[in-house]
Design a protein around this ligand. Structure first.
Ligand code: ZN
Length: 145
């Protein structure tokens, strides 16, 4: 299997629901029913108690920016399609990417396509939302709130 085919197999995992819910507009986490440990991205098995009974919960997706950077080389699965970067009509146009900590204490990573890098600050309030790209793939974007 070549790496470029990897995304074709993602929906066959035990957490396939994550991709389905994302496409429907929800960012989901899982919570262990036994020890209440929370997971984002969702996990089907708990590393805390080794249990496999998980409950699914949508995240509100609002939180504070923990860190950010600018991506100069697109991830491989974005490089297959044109344009090469999401939200860009120019190949290899750098795009900011960040991680927010949401109310549940979980951290969510996403693209920051609508904010100039110079205006992005650690601690700023942002909301994570699923976004469907022109090629039909789903990603997560972060926007100031
Ligand atoms: Zn557990």
């Amino acid at each position: 299997m070549e790496f470029k085919d990897f995304s074709l197999f993602i929906n066959q995992t035990k957490v396939a629901r994550f991709a389905e819910e994302l496409a429907a507009g929800k960012i989901m986490a899982t919570i262990c029913k036994k020890c209440r440990k929370k997971y984002y991205p969702p996990r089907a098995d708990c590393s805390g108690c080794m249990g496999s009974e998980m409950e699914w919960k949508p995240l509100r997706g609002e939180g504070s920016l923990v860190t950010f950077t600018k991506i100069y080389v697109p991830p491989d699965h974005f490089a297959v399609q044109q344009p090469l970067m999401p939200f860009s009509s120019i190949q290899f146009e750098p795009c900011p990417i960040g991680i927010i900590e949401v109310e549940e204490g979980l951290r969510v990573m996403g693209w920051i396509p609508k904010v100039d890098l110079k205006k992005i600050r650690v601690g700023m309030k942002m909301k994570a939302s699923p976004q469907i790209l022109p090629n039909g793939k789903v990603t997560i974007i972060l926007e100031p709130i």
